[in-house]
Design a protein around this ligand. Structure first.
Ligand code: ZN
Length: 241
């Protein structure tokens, strides 16, 4: 059993208020909003802990919140949901207490975690949403990308991340066309049952799923996730708002 209280304690030590957005199976789900110092900011969504047995995503989001993001906040505002599936996190299971894979349930109306996330998203439109995951079979990192305008940056992100760790040599086998080595397209065949395709359809012009191999040490997985995040935000900030 993992300690979810440690997560909420770390959140409470942040300089910004944490907001309770709902409770699922007895566990609170929180969001943190980091306001931009600019009027013309673009909204970024960061999520972790969709699959409870993938703790590196939760840790990556926490370490993002705990670091100094002053420079980024000159251009971006953030909505951060550190742990979508606290029951799974505590019990080290992919699914919820009811055996539901939340990442295949976004077309359902009766899943507590899904309802909480949808309510938190409200009518917000994001410039980018990144969801952090892990892969038990992989030996290197890879990512999925969806972008409404088709101008993919994933190949550049993979190149940047390759400087610190290897790309997974195997196709993840999710029926996703590849865009480059280690970069796969969020496929339209997925529908909107997963968070990222749901976001791409309704809330975000650009989505990324970052996948790290569980076999790596936790801090290496976290470092990879944050490298993908920073490389993506760098690319976005170079473009005109
Ligand atoms: Zn996952």
């Amino acid at each position: 059993m993992r300690n979810y209280t440690e997560i909420t304690e770390r959140l409470k030590h942040l300089d910004v208020p944490i907001e309770l957005i709902g409770t699922a199976h007895g566990y609170p789900i929180h969001q943190i909003r980091l306001a931009s110092s600019a009027d013309t900011s673009r909204h970024i969504l960061l999520t972790g802990g969709m699959h409870g047995d993938e703790p590196a995503g939760v840790e990556a989001v926490l370490q993002f919140l705990e670091r100094d993001n002053t420079i980024l906040l000159k251009k971006f505002s953030f909505l951060v949901i550190p742990c979508i599936n606290p029951y799974g996190y505590v019990h080290d299971t992919r699914e919820t207490r009811n055996g539901i894979d939340i990442n295949r349930a976004f077309e359902a109306d009766d899943i507590a975690e899904v309802a909480i996330i949808k309510k938190a998203l409200a009518q917000t439109q994001f410039s980018l949403a990144i969801d952090f995951h892990e892969d038990y079979d992989a030996t290197g990192f890879y990512l999925y990308e969806g972008k409404r305008d088709g101008k993919y940056i994933g190949p550049d992100l993979a190149t940047a991340a390759k400087a610190i760790a290897p790309i997974d040599p195997d196709d993840p086998g999710e029926d996703a066309p590849d865009l480059a080595e280690g970069v796969y397209k969020v496929a339209t065949s997925w529908g909107t049952q997963g968070l990222t395709p749901y976001l791409l359809h309704f809330h975000s012009e650009h989505v990324i799923i970052s996948e790290t191999p569980t076999v790596w040490k936790l801090q290496q997985r976290v470092a990879l996730h944050l490298t993908i995040l920073d490389a993506a935000l760098n690319t976005l900030s170079e473009k005109d708002v």
